[in-house]
Design a protein around this ligand. Structure first.
Ligand code: ARG
Length: 285
């Protein structure tokens, strides 16, 4: 690498960028037509904080447009009145390896959402597999290459990990979440490509931290400042990483590692305890 004449970091960024490549993705999203904070099921939610549903819609639409501009496809699930958290489509299930698992929600308030995701799966040629134990879809099950990282401790029941592994025929690595602010795996860990992740170590038990350190020695570890704006709740296509705009430190790290950070503002949806990834169910081919 010839770095003469170029600032050292620029040369490193360019070198790293050459290793990254985007691939076209298929996403499912649900319009926040009925979004509100009407009940409290995670520490981010406060039923006394007013929610501007119009602003939530505008911000969500900018996220959808960002995906389209990056060349990805976005399919929509019809929102249902009375299900204010339905905008967090990631929780609807998991679709990968030609198979689909529909969510079984931990809280009765969200149970009705599963029906809509099961219908989408059936309409699109998948048989929706139902777990006996609680599983909150891609909130807690994140594919990294041929392995699935699975969270437990707050929502998804650890016993569902085995059910999902068996049904999908994929290896599942269980990770224990210990901080209620990071109640889903996708709030504590970001998958950037088939071998690269970023995470917030304090969100995990010591054992799970050791597992992550062993599996991903080159992982990006984010600071509290980035984790506390749900900076890890991102969607990556292998090159472009769509992330909450407030996570500026993480964005810098991503750029140094050769990714292209694309910041979006989802401040209204943060009031429900979710951001970019929560609003996006990826249909893996
Ligand atoms: N209010 C929702 C809940 O607590 C937010 C879900 C966020 N989704 C996610 N994938 N982390 O269930």
């Amino acid at each position: 690498m010839d770095i003469a004449g170029a600032p050292f970091t620029d040369a490193l960024v360019t070198e790293a960028a050459h290793r990254r490549a985007a691939s076209t993705r298929r996403y499912l999203m649900t319009t926040p037509t009925f979004f509100a904070v009407e009940y409290v099921i995670n520490p981010w939610m406060d039923a006394s904080t007013p929610v501007d549903t119009g602003l939530a819609l505008t911000q969500w639409d900018a996220l959808r447009q960002t995906y389209l501009d990056l060349g990805h496809s976005v399919e929509l699930i019809e929102p249902i009145a009375g299900l204010p958290d339905m905008v967090y489509a990631a929780n609807g299930g998991s679709v990968i390896n030609g198979k689909a698992v529909v969510a079984r929600f931990a809280h009765a308030e969200r149970a009705g959402e599963a029906v809509a995701y099961a219908q989408w799966m059936a309409r699109n040629g998948y048989e929706p597999f139902e777990t006996r134990h609680v599983n909150e879809g891609q909130g807690d099950f994140l594919a990294v290459g041929s392995v699935i990282l699975a969270g437990f401790g707050f929502r998804t029941d650890r016993r569902a990990h085995d059910e999902v592994a068996g049904h999908l025929g994929m290896e599942v690595v269980s990770l224990e979440l210990v901080d209620p602010r990071f109640y889903h795996l996708d709030t504590a860990l970001a998958v950037l490509d088939d071998t690269t992740v970023a995470y917030y170590p304090p969100a995990f038990s010591p054992d799970s931290r050791a597992v992550l350190a062993r599996m991903f020695p080159d992982a990006i570890e984010v600071t509290s400042a980035d984790a506390y704006v749900l900076g890890l709740n991102v969607v990556s296509d292998g090159l472009n990483v769509v992330l909450p705009a407030a996570a500026t430190g993480f964005a810098e790290h991503l750029a140094l590692a050769g990714f292209r950070p694309v910041g979006v503002d989802l401040s209204e949806l943060l009031k429900g305890g979710g951001s970019v990834k929560c609003c996006t169910l990826e249909v893996h081919s």
